[in-house]
Design a protein around this ligand. Sequence first.
Ligand code: RIB
Ligand code: CA
Length: 315
Amino acid sequence: RAMSPRKIIIDTDPGQDDAFAMLLALGSPELEVVAVTAIAGNVPVSKTERNARQLVELAGRPDIRVAPGCTRPMVKPLKTAEYVHGDSGLEGWELPEPSTPALPVHGVDLIIDTVMAAPAGEITLCPLGPLTNIAMALIKEPRIAPRLREIVLMGGGYFEGGNTTPSAEFNIFVDPHAAHVVFTSGVPLTMVPIDCTYKAILTPAWLERLKAVGKRTALAAAGLAEFYQRYGNQKFGTDSYPLHDPCVIGYLLRPGIFGGRKCFVEIEITSPVTMGATVVDWWNVTKREPNCMVLRDLDNPAFYDLMLERIARLP
Ligand code: RIB
Ligand code: CA
């Protein structure tokens, strides 16, 4: 008997790489996306929410609930990344106007209501942007913490330093206080940092294989990737560059192609120099109880073969 699909909530700030994570999830029968919540990050939440609605409809899933979440971080002012993702946040392919209106529900409430209505241990949260919605949900309704199966998030960096400051990765840097709430929540955590996602290299050859699928979702994804590539060229100086967020979904689908270790991780929320750093006790020198599985290794060809095969299933 086939396993029943793993139920996930995707919290996201699309974002071309977020788009690949959403499409990978929606093309994978092992997962059931029970809700999508948008967060302010790459671009303001009014845009990330609309982008998320366009993406579920692109994948033929207008039934999936999409709700807008917080408009800004808990303490810091919002910092966006149009320089990476373009003004809309999803430049690279003209997607149809969303046919469904935004849910008249706040993303934080959609997370709380979905988790409280489900049996304990059933829902996994997959944050792909700043952690504001997750932190606010944990603060508004602490009872969700013991009911969550796991939080698997893209964020942080340790061996690779940071991609937004020398010591902080974008998702954590935008809202380090929210990250502190999440990393001290006691919820089982898996962190997919840039140490891992920098190995998730999209190559021109793979892009050609994606285009060869020839269906609307694959062609749209290829267009999004090509736009994102221009930034990759600037930063990495090559036509091959990393897609961060789909690693979260790839880990849920094929944990065996990832590697890492359980560590104690804490977030810098005081120093102006290292604000937002994810300080990973990789050698357990503090002897503190690990609070997080920290991923570092990835079988990249296997990951991209999986992503191609799943996106190819979409309309
Ligand atoms: O640092 C990479 C992360 O920041 C990704 O989630 C990307 O979408 C941006 O949000
Ligand atoms: Ca993201």
